[in-house]
Design a binder for this molecule. Structure first.
Ligand SMILES: [Zn+2]
Length: 171
């Protein structure tokens, strides 16, 4: 999904080998397109050792289960993006209580990226879905559905699942 035309002068770009990679370069003005990772945020919302998942209404991966999550706007702190996405997708008002991990994903047709994952503290609100999902449900670690959204969600949810299993086994 790289551009075809120069952002600086509008000339058609051409692929050139540089820095051991193929890069789109403008033969007219020398501008180089550097493809970079997308940035996303996701939230782990727990209740009674269960994790809130949403069932995805859109392709890619329609019908799979995902976390409340989304892309971070260019002028937004990833943590604020997580708060915003949770509110838009679930109607819940949450606050990030802990940064968990940053997950790299390379299996999203819209581009590779990194997702910042936070654990949520629930402030208020009732679950109210928007058009992005068809269902919301809390799952315990042994109930996590098999069809999980890719693009980082499956890695993050599996990570939560093994942590929750360990916590239960330590009791
Ligand atoms: Zn140019």
């Amino acid at each position: 999904m790289s551009p075809h035309y120069c952002f600086q002068c509008g000339h058609e770009l051409e692929l050139r080998r540089m820095d051991q990679r193929e890069r789109e370069v403008c033969p007219a003005c020398g501008w180089i397109y550097y493809a970079q990772l997308k940035v996303g945020s996701a939230m782990l919302i727990e209740r009674d050792n269960q994790l809130l998942l949403l069932q995805r209404n859109y392709e890619p991966w329609q019908g799979s289960w995902m976390l409340p999550a989304g892309y971070v706007e260019a002028d937004e702190d990833p943590q604020d993006a997580a708060h915003r996405e949770v509110f838009e997708e679930t109607g819940l008002i949450v606050e990030a209580s802990e940064f968990i991990h940053a997950y790299y994903f390379s299996d999203d047709p819209r581009g590779n990226g990194v997702s910042f994952v936070y654990k949520a503290r629930l402030i208020s609100g009732e679950i109210k879905l928007n058009e992005e999902s068809t269902a919301a449900q809390y799952f315990s670690w042994h109930e996590i559905p098999p069809y999980l959204t890719k693009g980082g969600h499956d890695q993050i949810i599996s990570g939560w699942q093994s942590q929750a299993r360990q916590r239960e086994n330590q009791k």
